[in-house]
Design a binder for this molecule. Structure first.
Ligand SMILES: *Cc1c(COP(=O)(O)O)cnc(C)c1O
Length: 403
């Protein structure tokens, strides 16, 4: 529908603001928002050809929309993939990927540290349809290798992870997946293409929650898959048509405009996270800080190689305390003493969001499961926004200085 070749020789920073479908006849400078569920067909023959897939042209809102197409083109340009497909949320992108690539009898190999809903979807929901799965260490490649089965079709990883910021080696996992005849999918939600481009490291599919940094200002739910044109057309488009996990045009437009500032935001928020992590590491009330940008992070060197030398915008830290009860009380004290920062389990906003994983995102686990996952009662996650760093420190100090 659109001539992609005109974007071929442009730099990624230019594509972030320019890649989109053609302007309408009105010459709008900001991309148009097409709120329409249906399309008028020029002739009966054209309608027949479009429905048969013999001719390009929009037919129905569930199948496609020009505003959604602009978002897809821009995201694909940033990730360096041939194509992308927008979805209603990050989880619907992962569901679409699974429905498109897997069948009963297949096996999926995942990191144990993946996003909670991803583990539930793959470990429990897909199991009902005969898709088996194994969950292995985020960082120990031998565990991945040992868990490969003859029917392993998909490796799925996420890096850095939430809330412990563990980093896995994308290139090594891609090589291992390909040797096993499987695809590697990578959830690039935390680093985003501004810091990390998994396709260049061998990944076959990238999943996104547009809800997080792609929108970047906490406004809409959105998701996307990035992959080859062939995989998008042959595997995912049929699932979109029958499954209906369609991205709403308004939400696509918000994400499209968010992508224009993604690089600037990720660099600024990473820089603030680095300042905050270094400050927390020296604070007498803090036992440890988990942040890929710190030299003390177990995968620091790998993270710096993979993530353009930046640590991302999310960090976690553990308050100093004696035993789980005091840890929880002190963590709650820090959260309840804040006067400006947002107590919220979301992330990917320009406002700094602070959360207590053990009682929220990981609240349904038993204490033993939480211990095994490394989610202590004293752990606090900070998704760093764009506020002035010293103002963030001041708000956290209210609780940290008064144990
Ligand atoms: C939030 C999130 C998702 C799910 O995205 P939604 O848009 O909430 O459906 C998937 N993966 C990661 C890493 C996330 O943080």
């Amino acid at each position: 529908m659109t001539d992609h070749t005109k974007f071929d020789d442009l730099h990624i920073e230019t594509l972030a603001v320019r890649a989109a479908v053609e302007r309408s006849q009105f010459g709008e400078n900001s991309e148009a928002l097409y709120l329409t569920s249906g399309y008028v067909q020029p002739t009966a023959a054209a309608a027949a050809a479009r429905f048969a897939g013999d001719e390009e042209g929009y037919t129905y809102g569930r199948y496609g929309n020009p505003t959604v197409a602009s978002m897809e083109m821009r995201l694909a340009a940033l990730e360096g993939t041939e194509a992308a497909m927008g979805t209603a949320s990050g989880m619907s992108a992962i569901l679409m990927m699974c429905l498109g690539l897997l069948k009963a009898g297949d096996h999926v190999l995942c990191s144990r540290s993946m996003f909670g809903s991803t583990i539930k979807l793959i470990g429990s929901d897909l199991a009902k349809f005969g898709v088996a799965s194994s969950f292995v260490s985020q960082t120990d490649l031998r565990e991945w290798q040992a868990a490969i089965q003859p029917n392993t079709r998909l490796f799925f990883a996420e890096t850095p992870t939430n809330p412990l910021t563990e980093v896995c080696d994308i290139q090594a996992l891609a090589d291992m997946a390909h040797n096993a005849g499987a695809f590697l999918a990578l959830d690039n939600c935390f680093a985003t293409p501004a810091l990390q481009r998994p396709m260049a490291m061998g990944a076959d599919i990238i999943t996104h929650s547009g809800t997080k940094y792609l929108d970047g200002q906490g406004r809409v739910m959105a998701g996307a898959l990035c992959a080859s044109q062939q995989m998008i057309t042959e595997k995912f488009l049929p699932v979109l048509k029958s499954g209906g996990m369609t991205l709403a045009p308004f939400n696509a437009w918000v994400v499209l405009k968010g992508l224009e500032t993604l690089d600037l935001r990720m660099r600024a928020q990473s820089a603030r996270a680095q300042i905050l992590a270094e400050w927390l590491e020296k604070h007498p009330s803090v036992a440890s800080v988990l942040y890929p940008g710190l030299a003390s992070h177990p995968q620091h060197d790998l993270a710096m190689r993979q993530m353009s030398g930046l640590g991302g915008a999310v960090l976690s830290f553990e308050v100093k305390a004696d035993g789980p009860e005091q840890s929880r009380a002190r963590a709650f004290h820090v959260l309840d003493s804040m006067q400006m920062l947002s107590l919220s389990t979301n992330l990917g906003d320009t406002k700094t969001l602070v959360a207590h994983p053990a009682s929220t995102s990981h609240g349904r686990l038993t204490e033993a499961q939480r211990q095994a996952a490394g989610i202590g009662q004293g752990l606090i996650r900070v998704a760093v926004g764009l506020e002035y760093p010293q103002d963030i420190q001041k708000d956290l100090s209210r609780g940290l200085d008064t144990f």
